[in-house]
Design a protein around this ligand. Structure first.
Ligand code: AMP
Length: 581
C-alpha cells in the first residue's frame, strides 16, 4: 500500500528530525540568519555574519507584534525591498483578532506553505497509524475568508485562507486522504451560512465515503451539527428533490457547483438520512450515524476550544476525537503525534526544523502554576532542548517568514519529550483578562471556574453552550460578570448555586483577598437568551473576522462595545454571588 509506506516514511523523517533536536535547531537558525542576513531588520544588529544562537540572542532583541508592526506596514504598503526577509512576502496574513481584540497583520510566504504541509503530513502520518484511512473523503467545515488588497498590492486574508489558496493544499489533502467533500466554490463562498449548509449537504451526498470529519477549530464542527439539528429536514428535502433550496443558498457560484453534485432526485438517500436522524436520542452520536465509515473527528480542541469537547463528544458518540496541531498566523509550533490521547491531555511536539524556538520561563510569584500577569518574574529565554518538564514558558519564535525572537504571547507547559524535542501542553494566552485591582485571572482560570460551576448544572441535564466575561468597573467596587448561554432554561436556585460556585472557583489570592475585603463586589452571573453567541459570531463576521479562525471572546472589555452590547442586550436572568456574604 503506497500511502501507508509514505506515512511510515514521514514518521521516519520525523524520528530523524527529533533525535538530535539541538543540532536541527542550530542548523535551522543558521539557515534563517544566513538566508536573511541582508535584510533591513537584521543588518546593523551587529551579527556580522554570525549565525550561532549566542550571538543571535546577544544582538537581536525579543520583539512583540507592536515592535515589528511598522516593518509589516511598510511591506503591506508596497515596500518590496528586503525589509524582514530576503525572499518575497507573498501576502499578508490577518490573525483572527477574536482573542486579542484587534487583527494583527503578519507576513506570509512560501516557507509557511511548506511548513504547513509538513505539519499536516506529519500529523496525518501518526493519525493514520492509529486510525488507518485508506481512501475516502473528509467532511471539512472550512471557510475561506474575505480578502482585500493592501495599498502595496498584496492580498491580505487569514493564514488559513492563504494556505487553502496555495497550489500545494489540494494535492496534500488528496495525499493524506482528506479530500474535501465540498467543491471549492463552497469553501470560498461569500456567505458563511450558505457554505455551512452546503458543506452538510455535500457531506450527506458522499456519506459513505466520509472518513474524517474536521474543521480548523472544534467550534466549527459543533456549530455545524447544531445547525444540522435545525436544518436536517430541509437538507433531506433538497436530496429528495435533487434540487438546492432557493432560499437557503442564493450565491450563484455556490448554487452552480452544488447543483452539479445534486444532479438527480435521490429519495432513497433522503429516507435513509431521515431514518437515521429519527433513531437518535438528543442527537447523541449523530456523526457516526450519518457517516458510518468515519474514523475520527479532527480539529483544534485545546485552549479555548476545550469548552466544546463535551458537546463534540456527544455528537461523535464513540468516535475518537483527535486534537489538531498548534500554530498561529505567525507560524507553526507543534504537531499532535499521539492522536489516541484524549483532547484534554493532548500535547504538541515541536518540529525542530520549522523555526528556531526559545522559551521564556514563567515563574509564578506564589509558587503555584504560572499566572498571566505580564509583570511577574521572567527569566532569560532558554533553547528548545533546554526546557524542563513541568515548567511553564512563553513561546518565542524565529521563523522563515521574517519574525525574529517574536513573543507569541502563549503560555505552554512542558509535558515531556519526544526523543529530544519537547511536547508542549497549551495552557492559555498570556494576556491578562479579568482584573479589577490586584486580582489576576486569565482565560484558563475562567475556564476552570466555568467547568467547576457547570458541574452543578450537569445534574439538571443543562449545559453551558458558550460563555464570556467582563470586568465591570463602572461602579465601585468593580466586580466580575460572567455571561452564560445555556441549552435550556435553568432553575433559579440551581443558577444561584452556580453563581456562588463561579465566585468561589476564582482562587487567585488577589481575588479572594479583595472579595473578602469588599474591594471587589459579588460576582454577577448573567444568563443569556439562546443563540446569543450566534449573534456574537455574526457580529464578528460582519466586521470581516474569519469564521474558520473564530474563537469566542472569553473576556470582553469596554473597548469591545459592540460585543458587550450584544451580550448585555440579551440577558434573561441575573444572579449575584452570595459566596462571601
Ligand atoms: P490566530 O493566528 O488568530 O489563528 O490565533 C493563533 C492562536 O490560537 C495561538 O497563538 C493560540 O493562542 C491559539 N491556538 C492555535 N492552535 C491552538 C491549539 N492547538 N490549541 C490551543 N490554542 C491554539
Amino acid at each position: 500500500m503506497p500511502e501507508k509506506k509514505s506515512s511510515e516514511a514521514v514518521i521516519a523523517e520525523f524520528e530523524a528530525l527529533t533525535r538530535d533536536a539541538a543540532a536541527v535547531q542550530r542548523e535551522t537558525l543558521h539557515r534563517i540568519l544566513s538566508d536573511n542576513a541582508g535584510t533591513e531588520y537584521l543588518r546593523g544588529r551587529g551579527l556580522a555574519g554570525r549565525t550561532d544562537a549566542a550571538s543571535f540572542r546577544a544582538c537581536v532583541p525579543l520583539a512583540t507584534h507592536a515592535d515589528i508592526e511598522p516593518y509589516i506596514a511598510r511591506i503591506a504598503d508596497g515596500d518590496a525591498s528586503a525589509v524582514l526577509t530576503a525572499g518575497p512576502i507573498t501576502s499578508i496574513s490577518l490573525s483572527s483578532g477574536t482573542t486579542q481584540g484587534n487583527r494583527k497583520y503578519l507576513p506570509f510566504n512560501q516557507e509557511l506553505v511548506k511548513s504547513t504541509m509538513q505539519i499536516y503530513r506529519t500529523s496525518y502520518a501518526f493519525r493514520n497509524r492509529a486510525f488507518p484511512v485508506e481512501d475516502g473523503k473528509a467532511l471539512q467545515f472550512i471557510y475561506g475568508s474575505r480578502q482585500f488588497t493592501t495599498k502595496g498590492g498584496l492580498t491580505a486574508t487569514t493564514a488559513t485562507t492563504n494556505v487553502y489558496r496555495s497550489e500545494e493544499f489540494m494535492s496534500t489533502m488528496r495525499a493524506i486522504q482528506s479530500q474535501v467533500c465540498s467543491p471549492d466554490a463552497v469553501i470560498f463562498g461569500p456567505d458563511f451560512a450558505q457554505s455551512l449548509y452546503c458543506h452538510l449537504l455535500c457531506g450527506l451526498l458522499f456519506a459513505d465515503e466520509v472518513r474524517i470529519v474536521s474543521a480548523t477549530f472544534a467550534h466549527s464542527v459543533v456549530l455545524a451539527f447544531q445547525t444540522f439539528e435545525r436544518v436536517w429536514e430541509e437538507l433531506c428535502a433538497d436530496i429528495r428533490a435533487g434540487a438546492l433550496s432557493p432560499t437557503r443558498v442564493t450565491a450563484p457560484a455556490v448554487r452552480k457547483a452544488v447543483s452539479a453534485l445534486l444532479a438527480a432526485p435521490n429519495p432513497a438517500l433522503a429516507d435513509e438520512v431521515a431514518r437515521r436522524c429519527a433513531a437518535l436520542s438528543n442527537w447523541y452520536g449523530v456523526i457516526p450515524a450519518l457517516f458510518p465509515n468515519a474514523r475520527y473527528v479532527h480539529g483544534i480542541m485545546t485552549g479555548t476550544m476545550e469548552h466544546y469537547v463535551k458537546k463534540l463528544r456527544h455528537y461523535a458518540g464513540g468516535l475518537p476525537l483527535v486534537a489538531a496541531e498548534y500554530g498561529a498566523s505567525e507560524g507553526w509550533v507543534g504537531a499532535n503525534v499521539e492522536p489516541e490521547t484524549p483532547p484534554e491531555s493532548a500535547t504538541f511536539t515541536v518540529l525542530p526544523n520549522i523555526g528556531y524556538f526559545e522559551f521564556i520561563p514563567l515563574k509564578a510569584s506564589d509558587g503555584g502554576a504560572a499566572a498571566a500577569d505580564t509583570s511577574f518574574a521572567e527569566e532569560e529565554p532558554v533553547g528548545l532542548t533546554e526546557v524542563t518538564v513541568g515548567e511553564h514558558y512563553e513561546v518565542v519564535m524565529t521563523t522563515f517568514a521574517g519574525l525574529y525572537r517574536y513573543r507569541l504571547g502563549d503560555v505552554v507547559k512542558v509535558a515531556g519529550f519526544y526523543n529530544s524535542t519537547p511536547k508542549l501542553k497549551f495552557v492559555c494566552r498570556r494576556n491578562l483578562m479579568l482584573t479589577i485591582n490586584i486580582d489576576k485571572n486569565n482565560e484558563h482560570d475562567l475556564q476552570l471556574a466555568v467547568d467547576s460551576a457547570a458541574k452543578i448544572l450537569a445534574a439538571e441535564k443543562l449545559e453551558v453552550v458558550d460563555y464570556s466575561s467582563h470586568a465591570d468597573v463602572s461602579r465601585d467596587p468593580g466586580h466580575y460578570v460572567v455571561f452564560w448561554e445555556l441549552n435550556a432554561d435553568g432553575n433559579d436556585d440551581v443558577l444561584q448555586s452556580c453563581c456562588d460556585e463561579l465566585d468561589r472557583a476564582f482562587t487567585d489570592p488577589g481575588y479572594v483577598g479583595s472579595r473578602k475585603a469588599g474591594a471587589i463586589g459579588p460576582l454577577e452571573l448573567r444568563v443569556l437568551q439562546r443563540a446569543t453567541f450566534q449573534k456574537v459570531l455574526r457580529h464578528y463576521l460582519s466586521h470581516g473576522a474569519p469564521v474558520s479562525q473564530f474563537k469566542s471572546p472569553r473576556c470582553v472589555g469596554r473597548n469591545n462595545a459592540g460585543v458587550l452590547q450584544i451580550l448585555s442586550g440579551n440577558v434573561v436572568k441575573v444572579f449575584f454571588s452570595a459566596a462571601y456574604d
